[in-house]
Write a new protein. Structure first.
Length: 117
């Protein structure tokens, strides 16, 4: 059993991609710890109406990580908004105007999120 097996299982339980871990050095000490890139990722939540017959969709862009992590995050956001949507081209698309709700959910998850237009 390798040393990282329990870390990968823990990352799966909390929805953090183990590949999205970055090494951060402590202040002056020899030890280093891994910190999720979640804390460094800045997501922009905006609304779009173009090419959608006047219907509004909420778009979350700026995600750094694997496609599976993006799909998991999209699934959580869609369930939290009780709405449909999809994950395409590195963006999460949620049907309807849920900018404030999505920003609140992302902040509670630990992401840096801000509302666009």
């Amino acid at each position: 059993m390798s040393e990282l097996d329990w870390k990968e299982k823990l990352a799966d339980a909390f929805g953090i991609d183990p590949d999205a871990m970055a090494v951060v050095e402590n202040d002056g000490t020899d030890s280093s710890e891994k910190v999720p890139v979640i804390q460094k990722t800045s997501l922009i939540v905006s609304i779009d109406r173009r090419h959608r017959a006047g219907k509004q969709v909420t778009i979350v862009s700026g995600f750094v990580g694997s496609e599976s992590s993006l799909a998991d995050l999209g699934r959580k956001l869609k369930a939290g908004c009780s709405s449909g949507g999809s994950v395409k081209d590195g963006e999460i698309i949620i049907q309807g105007d849920f900018r404030n709700k999505v920003v609140d959910m992302l902040l509670k998850m630990g992401y840096k999120a801000k509302r666009g237009n």
